[in-house]
Design a protein around this ligand. Structure first.
Ligand code: FES
Length: 329
């Protein structure tokens, strides 16, 4: 069975603290259902009041227990339930899990690959590195962390990549030289990246400026990387007049769907643009957390991707119809 069809109850087999705030959680799943592509996501149902919310995590492949489903969860200090709930899981607990596609499906057409990971963005790279090395590709990886304590997968990746791994620790004064990295990239190089929004924006901009092939830049986002603290906000739907409150632990897309509005979506990670909504007027409170909108669209502050972006507070009126979904420009 492919990861895309995963839909089952998994049992927590073990939890292991890799660092003070990153925990590996391994799940026992029925035999034969795991066939997860490197970089695949899985989505967990998390109880919330009388209902549920969902959280997606990249599958970790550290070369151990291939029969189990492994993820790594960073405990967010401001967590409103997601990471805190995952950290509360103990061996024997059950949780529903489904597949959530793969934002960075591996491609093997190039011969030269760069993996760029920031912080917990390393998780999908564990499988990518292993798969690319196994298929004989040249792989260079840059793994950026704030402190050495955060380098949860440095040892595992070192075993896979050896000298191909460059670990940059911010607290040790080791900064990523992004210009040099981008200048070293040729038209045949494929770059996979996952990390904070600021890093990804810089890479995307530099990539475009150099005219590098768009299809050679692959990335995925963190759904929680914003420029402002996560707060509740209000939305009015222009077509229905409904006024909605989006709590700090909710996202606009889920609230729209739960309130009976018909909206398009796909990735739920701010990448595809299908959930893009047009505001009736510009709003400077928009906290863009997607990687889909172009810099000029962001600057206009008159649209947002409902799955990840939000307001830093206040109110906005949006249209749910008449949008050129998935088209950036
Ligand atoms: S569903 Fe893909 S950007 Fe929101």
């Amino acid at each position: 069975m492919k990861a895309d069809h995963l839909d089952l109850t998994a049992t927590v087999a073990e939890t292991v603290d890799l660092t003070p705030n990153i925990r590996m959680i391994r799940f026992a799943v029925p035999q034969g259902v795991l066939n997860l592509e490197a970089g695949a996501h899985v989505t967990f149902d998390i109880p919330k009041g009388d209902g549920k919310m969902t959280r997606s995590y990249s599958v970790v492949d550290d070369g151990k227990y291939p029969e189990m489903l492994s993820i790594a969860v960073k405990l967010e200090p401001a967590s409103k339930g997601g990471s805190r709930y995952m950290w509360s899981l103990r061996a024997g607990d059950e949780i529903h899990v489904s597949a959530n596609g793969n934002a960075m499906p591996p491609t093997f057409s190039a011969s030269d690959y760069i993996l760029l990971a920031g912080g917990i963005g390393v998780t999908p790279m564990t499988g990518m590195a292993r798969t690319l090395i196994r298929t004989g590709k040249t792989v260079r990886m840059i793994y950026c962390v704030r402190t050495s304590d955060e380098a949860a997968f440095a040892e595992v990746l070192d075993q896979v990549l050896g000298e191909g791994l460059e670990l940059l620790c911010d607290s040790a004064g080791q900064k990523l030289d992004l210009l040099r990295l981008l200048d070293s990239i040729g038209p045949q190089t494929v770059l996979f990246m996952c990390g904070p929004q600021g890093l990804m924006e810089s890479v995307r901009t530099g990539w475009q400026e150099r005219g590098l092939p768009v299809q050679n830049l692959r990335y995925e986002t963190f759904a929680n990387s914003g420029n402002f603290p996560t707060r509740a906000f209000q939305v009015t739907v222009a077509e229905t007049g409904r006024k909605l409150r989006i709590g700090a632990d909710e996202n606009l897309l889920d609230v729209l769907i739960a309130s009976g509005h018909d909206v398009l979506f796909d990735c739920r990670r701010g990448e595809c643009g299908l959930c893009k909504l047009q505001a009736t007027e510009p709003c400077t409170n928009i906290d863009h957390r997607d990687v889909f909108l172009s810099p000029s669209e962001r600057a206009r502050n008159d649209c947002l991707c409902a799955c990840v972006s939000r307001l830093s507070g206040g109110h906005i009126t949006v249209h749910i119809d008449g949008i050129q979904h998935g088209r950036s420009g």
